[in-house]
Design a protein. Structure first.
Length: 314
């Protein structure tokens, strides 16, 4: 039997993923179960406990359990407050209940915060003191790690960089603010912009790749079209790069991080534009040494929640 150190758990609206994580951040023994997010609080808890039980089924010895969950939540108490994606839990003491079952330390934190910590300890941010992490997917999540600690702020709610506005006249984000970077540059935003322009008459292979269905357009399809030379796809990704550059320049001027780490599916689409991103960020920033901040791809992508959960206990 291979001795492991931690269990990392990633709770989402439709699934719970869990894995065993060693002291160097290596992940193995993956398990995945459905999350019953619209049922009772107990059924939601049972899904988490089932995933943990499956990764511990071979008798692995672990030192702690770390759980990533959507916010809002209280990382100090491990209480899930009122996440939109998990309506089964309201003021739910997740850490306490899991600890009662397994009798070992249990930590709970926002998924982006935990993923940031995993990247800082084991991933692309290793060796840097201050790390700014962004994951770009359906939405945009961020985490701030300073001196190997997540920066939570006064109430535990810090790090919501995806809801920093760069345009007060921009579209209204689901958080209620205008012009958040999430409503402008997430994978969902890419698909929306492509949909709108094609519906307005712009010709593009994006629609062909989506099977002629505007509603089926995704960020991944836009990325494939861009690789094939589609002008609309490249235009959308270029615009997105410009918006992200402005946003990141704000983060550098505010935090002065040692490194910026990008994860998430939409971030992978933007890899061909990273050179442009690195060039534009210092042009927007006030910080005269902004060009010294590396912008790098994350180690963990789909497994960032499992790694992040384990990092909370490391």
């Amino acid at each position: 039997m291979r001795t492991v150190t931690f269990v990392g758990v990633d709770v989402g609206g439709t699934k719970v993923a869990a894995g065993l994580v060693d002291a160097s951040g290596g992940i193995f023994s993956h398990q995945r179960v459905p999350m019953i997010s619209n049922a009772s609080p107990q059924e939601g808890l049972d899904a988490v406990l089932s995933a943990i039980a499956q990764v511990l089924a071979d008798g692995a010895v672990v030192s702690g359990i770390g759980i990533c969950a959507p916010g809002p939540l209280d990382p100090k108490t491990g209480i899930i407050l009122n996440p939109p994606n998990l309506p089964c839990w309201r003021n739910f003491p997740l850490a306490k209940l899991v600890q009662q079952k397994y009798r070992m330390p249990v930590k709970v934190d926002n998924d982006a915060n935990a993923a940031a910590l995993a990247e800082a300890r084991w991933g692309a941010g290793r060796g840097y003191r201050n790390v700014f992490y962004a994951t770009i997917g359906t939405g945009i999540g961020t985490g701030i790690v300073m001196d190997d600690r997540i920066y939570h702020g006064r109430t535990g709610a810090a790090g919501e960089g995806g809801h920093l506005s760069i345009d007060y006249r921009g579209p209204i984000c689901r958080c209620g603010k205008p012009g958040c970077i999430e409503i402008l540059a997430s994978g969902t935003a890419l698909a929306r912009r492509a949909n709108e322009r094609i519906a307005a008459g712009t010709k593009s292979s994006i629609l062909d790749l989506a099977g002629g269905n505007l509603a089926a357009i995704t960020g991944e399809i836009i990325g494939k079209a861009s690789e094939a030379g589609d002008s609309l796809a490249r235009e959308i990704l270029t615009e997105t790069t410009e918006m992200l550059a402005l946003w990141l320049s704000n983060m550098i001027d505010l935090l002065d991080p040692d490194v910026i780490v990008f994860g998430g599916g939409a971030a992978a689409l933007l890899l061909p534009f990273f050179d442009s991103l690195r060039e534009r960020v210092p042009q927007f920033a006030v910080n005269p040494r902004a060009s010294e901040v590396p912008i790098v791809e994350a180690r963990y992508h789909a497994e960032s929640g499992i790694a992040g959960g384990a990092a909370l206990c490391a």
